[in-house]
Design a protein around this ligand. Structure first.
Ligand code: ZN
Length: 494
């Protein structure tokens, strides 16, 4: 057997283990009875250990380097490149360090849940301090040339640097803060109280499946279930799972489903021949988020979309029957500075991310002590969003990420927002008036374009290269700012 074939076979084994872990995790978040928790943790732990061993041992590393000489086709070359990167990332971190980090993460998660419930930042601070110390060590193991943040961010977004984030937020900050302020001070107010109430779960489930199917999520190769936190997970190209959640705000299930379906259609769009290879699936968190945001915000929060689907919604929920298309469109696009990132609207969202990015950088570089984090957090909310959290639970204790050791992750959310508009503008330039298509419920040309340009490329090109290939320029803020500005100035009559 050639090294390349050997490598593919070995990767397929690792992929089978990862799929098994993903199925167990999906089950845990959807249907698993509580009594299974302990055994499930053991099962996942054992499979993860075996997968880690298989993908980091010397034999695997040798196969990767031998395959470099054998790979001829573009796909094989790309596959070896991806595996070399993964192997390097995993083997740069010593086994004891990885074990120490997961031990700390387990404790930190418990500490964080408790501190958030009791609004006790001081109780969590020592653990958080250790987690940032672990992140500093991790960055040193991984290596970087310019900024310590680069090493951490690169794990989620290959090739992205702190300097890219600084540039991105510099461009966003002024116009975004200005727009939020203008809406607050001069915008025609929006009352969305009609969207809050009791909505039967089975009807929400039926309606969200209806729209998700209409935009092109393939239910022959996937399904949707309910979970406390919406997510999308992939077992193979032929089996992609979405979850949504039912809350007293009807937009929660609708936009949660569209968001996850965006992730899901990206995953379903890889060429079948790439199943069980490292080329299948989305290439980075930022590009992935650009697709979920496209279907959630650009398509799902457009007037054209509701021209098509508002009658269907009103047939299911007759209490909404007298809302006009114009009013509905304004309600689902209401902008309001709030404390909680995951509930933030499209306009304020990046400001939440900016706060976290600045704080992460300052703590990592020692400019800010962990104990002073709440004060820095609150001051930034006041300056960017015009509101000051009254407690740390709704301030710097709100996100789970830092307790998990996911430091360097947040900017990918904003990259997704920027890229969603940048890619969309290229799509519109190619396809012409897509509003008409959307209003008629014809999504195939839109999905087809995204499949061809983005989804079918899988992980073949590094994210920065993919952005250049698709849009002809590097990631920038112009398309996003222009699109967002035009939409919300019209909605708020500014
Ligand atoms: Zn997402």
């Amino acid at each position: 057997m050639s090294a390349l074939n050997d490598l593919k076979a070995r990767y397929a084994d690792i992929n089978a283990l990862s799929s098994a872990i993903a199925i167990m995790d999906w089950d845990q978040q959807t249907y698993m009875p509580r009594g299974a928790a302990e055994a499930r943790a053991e099962h996942v732990g054992a499979l993860s250990r075996i997968a880690h061993e298989l993908s980091t041992d010397d034999a695997f590393g040798k196969l990767v380097s031998q395959s470099k000489n054998e790979a001829q086709s573009e796909d094989d070359l790309a596959m070896v490149r991806v595996l070399q990167r993964e192997y390097d990332l995993k083997t740069k971190l010593p086994a004891e360090f990885v074990a120490e980090k997961s031990r700390l993460a387990a404790i930190a998660h418990e500490d964080w849940v408790k501190a958030r419930a009791e609004n006790n930042f001081a109780g969590f601070a020592p653990t958080l301090e250790r987690m940032f110390e672990i992140a500093r060590q991790e960055a040193e193991f991984l290596g970087y040339t310019d900024h310590i943040y680069d090493a951490l961010l690169d794990q989620y977004e290959e090739g992205a640097k702190a300097a890219d984030c600084v540039r991105m937020f510099e461009a966003l900050k002024g116009p975004n803060v200005e727009l939020v302020k203008a809406i607050k001070e001069r915008g025609r107010p929006i009352d969305d109280s009609r969207l809050h109430g009791e909505w039967p779960n089975p009807l929400q489930s039926e309606f969200t499946e209806h729209i998700v199917k209409a935009i092109g999520f393939d239910f022959e190769r996937g399904r949707q279930d309910a979970a406390p936190h919406p997510f999308c997970t992939t077992f193979s190209i032929g089996d992609v799972r979405l979850t949504t959640r039912y809350k007293p705000y009807i937009g929660s299930a609708i936009f949660g489903s569209l968001h996850e379906a965006g992730h899901g259609m990206y995953e379903q769009g890889s060429p079948m021949a790439w199943d069980r290879t490292p080329l299948a699936g989305g290439v980075s968190l930022g590009i992935h988020e650009s697709q979920s945001r496209t279907w959630e915000n650009i398509v799902g929060r457009s007037k054209a979309f509701w021209q098509r689907f508002l009658p269907d919604l009103q047939a299911k929920f007759p209490t909404l029957a007298d809302i006009s298309l114009d009013d509905w469109y304004r309600m689902i696009n209401k902008v309001e500075p709030s404390f909680i990132r995951v509930e933030a609207d499209e306009v304020t969202y990046n400001l939440h991310v900016l706060v976290r990015f600045e704080i992460e950088c300052d703590v990592l570089t020692g400019k800010l002590a962990v104990k002073d984090m709440p004060e820095a957090w609150n001051a930034k909310y006041e300056s960017y969003l015009g509101i000051r959290p009254k407690s740390d639970s709704e301030g710097c204790l709100q996100d789970v990420h830092w307790s998990m050791g996911a430091i360097g992750y947040f900017p990918t959310y904003s990259m997704g927002n920027l890229l969603s508009y940048q890619i969309w503008n290229k799509l519109v330039a190619d396809l012409g008036d897509v509003d008409d298509m959307i209003a008629r419920g014809e999504f195939a040309p839109i999905l087809g374009w995204l499949q061809e340009k983005v989804y079918r490329q899988g992980c073949k090109f590094p994210p920065k290269e993919l952005v250049m290939r698709v849009t002809g320029k590097p990631m920038g803020a112009e398309d996003y700012l222009a699109g967002l500005g035009a939409k919300y100035r019209a909605i708020y009559e500014l």
